[in-house]
Design a protein around this ligand. Structure first.
Ligand code: HEM
Length: 502
């Protein structure tokens, strides 16, 4: 009954919206794309499952730049390296904004963060501060011991399972690893993994992440905002926000408590609170800025590295010769070193493994559609008009399969590509942009890479893995779970066998 009421009200609202449309004054030659239905556009043609693959399918049909509509809004997707360069380099400033999104606005304290902020002078100050302090090479190095300690804990847990030949859930283990690292880096907190506080943190994190991924009617159908209320989405978002805010306020209270014991390493929240006290910017830096930026770090830092290692291990199960080659390199190197734990310094000397990390991020960039950009002023790309306000996604997944750049078999998992071709993810090689590029490129790239390399390399050093229950590699489900970072939707479960080096 409730559904029918919502549908009737929606229809009425949509008709009202339609009636109040002003006649268009300007004609644009938009990039090609599927024909939109009146009022709703292409909303119901979009597939939720594996959007990066779905959009790559549309790119095959309509070309490397295509547009579609949701309601009145023009959306655009770029799918080739050449056009990615045009957008992220040549026209970077004009596409450095983020689109309207009610959930993003609300959960980020009115865009007081970095990732979701509009491209304003205020944002540029936040970003500069982030690059100089939070994400600087010195700061990344400060937390090296945290990442290595947590990787040792991960190995210890798998050792226990290996003794009994038990199945381990690699997805779960990797998420616990990244959650623990992120809590220690961001808050200076070491949680008991099974404890209530960790569970509370994870629930809050999932809530925030889910709000970031929701589609709000009000963003696309200005007269239909009440549908977000009717469907319960607004209440859900507010509830997630209150829980997030209560938690962050508690963490801040602890950080500024004069009775608190001095932490071994200054956490990111400590650093942000110092900035808050000093007020070094032209704009006021508020406690809401601290909360919003910390939430960026937490959201961006947990899922991404975990998802990357899980995808890597998944492909290695499908490509055993790559696994063997990577293990041979790592094991030989570590035998000479006389150690069974790979540190961040060791990783620098593992050429094939470094290529494997790149190939992992090429074949499944974990934020495959990057974070959407918004066009600031009317412009042209590839001869098409791009009106101001257009939402643009760069399909990094499709770009890293651009045959012009990667040759005829881009779906093959082959780290050797990166030994044959000098390409890096630092944002200047447009055929490989897992961290994006340009003004909105991931500022946490160094930290992200550090967070995934050590656990990944230690898994390969310490165990030979097999799939459980006679499962065959081609039976592994490769669907992604949609969200900001796209995880493998089904957890990867493997049986570890301890590798004895001596
Ligand atoms: C493997 C790990 C990671 C990957 C693959 C990744 C990828 C990305 C991508 C694709 C973007 C969007 C770039 C664009 O719009 O062009 C991004 C933005 C961002 N990332 Fe990362 N990221 C990772 C780890 C991290 C970590 C560890 C942090 C923080 C601790 C972080 C913080 C951010 C922030 C704040 C932004 C928004 C930047 C802005 O809008 O100015 N990321 N990341």
């Amino acid at each position: 009954m409730e559904d029918i009421t919502i549908a009737v009200v929606a229809l009425a609202a949509v008709l009202l919206f339609f009636l109040y449309q002003k006649p268009k004054t300007k004609r644009y030659k938009l990039p090609p794309g599927p024909t939109p239905l009146p009022v709703i556009g292409n909303l119901f043609q979009l597939e939720k499952l594996n959007p990066q693959r779905f959009f790559a399918g549309w790119a095959k049909k309509y070309g490397p730049i295509f547009s579609y509509k949701i309601g009145k809004k023009t959306m655009m997707v770029i799918s080739s390296a050449e056009l990615a360069k045009e957008l992220l380099k040549t026209q970077d400033v004009n596409f450095a904004d983020r689109p309207q999104h009610y959930g993003h606005e609300f959960i980020s304290y009115g865009r007081r963060d970095m990732a979701l902020n509009h491209y304003t002078p205020y944002y540029r100050e936040m970003r500069k501060m982030g690059m100089n302090h939070l994400f600087s090479p010195v700061r990344v190095a400060t937390f090296k011991h945290v990442r290595e300690e947590e990787a040792r804990r991960l190995i210890y847990k798998i050792d226990k399972a290996a003794e009994k030949s038990e199945v381990v859930d690699i997805s779960e283990l990797m998420l616990t690893f990244t959650n623990s690292v992120v809590c220690r880096q961001a808050f200076g907190k070491k949680y008991n993994e099974e404890g209530e506080e960790m569970k509370r943190f994870i629930t809050i994190l999932y809530g925030t992440q889910s709000v970031l991924g929701k589609i709000f009617f009000c963003d696309f159908f200005p007269f239909c905002g009440f549908l977000d209320d009717l469907s319960g989405l607004t209440a859900y978002m507010k509830d997630c926000f209150v829980r997030q805010d209560t938690y962050l306020q508690e963490v801040i209270n602890e950080a500024v408590d004069p009775k608190r014991a001095k932490p071994e390493t200054e956490s990111m929240i400590d650093l942000l609170m110092e900035i808050y006290k000093e007020q070094p910017f032209n704009y006021e830096f508020t406690v809401d800025n601290v909360k919003a930026i910390v939430m960026d770090i937490v959201v961006a830092g947990t899922d991404t590295a975990a998802a990357a290692v899980v995808w890597g291990m998944t492909y290695l199960m499908k490509y055993p010769h790559v696994l063997k080659k990577a293990q041979a390199e790592i094991r030989e190197y570590m035998r000479d070193r006389g150690s069974t734990f790979i540190t961040e310094d060791d990783v620098k000397n593992l050429t094939y493994f470094k290529a494997l990390v790149k190939e992992t991020l090429r074949i499944e960039p974990v934020i495959p559609l990057l974070i959407p950009r918004a066009c600031i002023q009317d412009t042209k790309i590839a001869g098409y008009d791009i009106p101001a306000g257009t939402t643009v996604n760069v399909n990094a997944w499709a770009v890293s399969r651009d045959e012009k750049e990667w040759g005829p078999n881009p779906d093959e998992f082959r780290p050797e590509r990166f030994l044959e071709k000098d390409v890096d993810f630092k944002g200047t090689d447009y055929e490989f942009i897992p961290f994006g590029s340009g003004r909105r490129m991931c500022p946490g790239m160094r930290l992200g890479a550090a967070m995934l390399e050590v656990p990944y390399a230690n898994l390969l050093l310490n165990y030979n893995f097999r799939l459980p229950d006679g499962m065959k590699p081609d039976e592994i489900n490769m669907d992604v779970m949609t969200g900001l970072a796209m995880h493998k939707s089904q957890h990867l479960k493997l049986v570890p066998e301890k590798f004895k080096m001596y």
